[in-house]
Ligand binder design. Sequence first.
Ligand code: FPP
Length: 280
Amino acid sequence: MPERLPQTYVYGAPLFLEKDMSSNEEARFSLFSRKKSQKTDVPELKIPVHLAVIMDGNGRWAKKRMLPRSAGHRAGADNLKNLCKNCGHYGIKYVTVYAFSTENWSRPESEVHTLMELFVEYFDRYDPELEQEGIRVRFTGDIASLPENIQAVCKRAEEGSKHRTRMTLIVAFNYGGRREIVQAAQKLAQQVKEGKLQAEDITEDLFAQNLYLPDVPDPDLIIRPSGEERTSNFLVWEGAYSELWFSDVLWPDFGMKELTQALEAYTKRDRRFGGLTKEK
Ligand code: FPP
């Protein structure tokens, strides 16, 4: 019998989560009270523990409406709030979003400025809602290289939300998967140099412990909206065995319908992690 997780209430409706310990820590989830917008053909959704999203398509969303790109990013930031609510509804424990990559510095200065401004604004503006949803905020990326005011925002948001346990929102900011791997290698190399570690003792586990957030489980599912089908330097190490799901919908329009579709597709995937399918 799967372990029954405590009943949670979302939007006043009871939700029952069943944690099936045999399925790699994922929770199996029956929506006893499913709202119209979440109707699904799959009777029992398999819920990823960790969902990661590449928030792509803000620029095209704005262009379609003859708006400046900054309006697209603003709509994208607003939609992150919806994603959090929707993921909370399904009982997803970790959500990582790609908000600014190490390569995004090459965009026009005005656009970089907009994204930095949005970042500063976001956590103060939405903190009451994040608090209400029980969402802890963490950051991943080369945070130490960011301007001091941005680092202060990160610190404030992390400290202020430490006690929240329902879901963790991880914002990848100044993040690059390759940079993360290089920085982990540098940390290990330093230990070897100081004689604290033998090179031959470096294992995959030890390497992973030197990544930005070693305590966070690898993403089970990575979603990329906007029609692009690549992962663009996102969670390169952690995403080695992630399922991928792509959608043509642009990020600011990505809602509950698309999330449910992604979860349906994920439910049907056979995750073998290099092994063989278990005999039914
Ligand atoms: C990619 O779309 C999106 C980004 C580079 C930025 C994503 C940022 C946000 C959604 C808002 C900021 C987040 C926080 C936490 C404040 P694109 O601009 O490349 O779209 P395009 O491919 O259509 O041009």
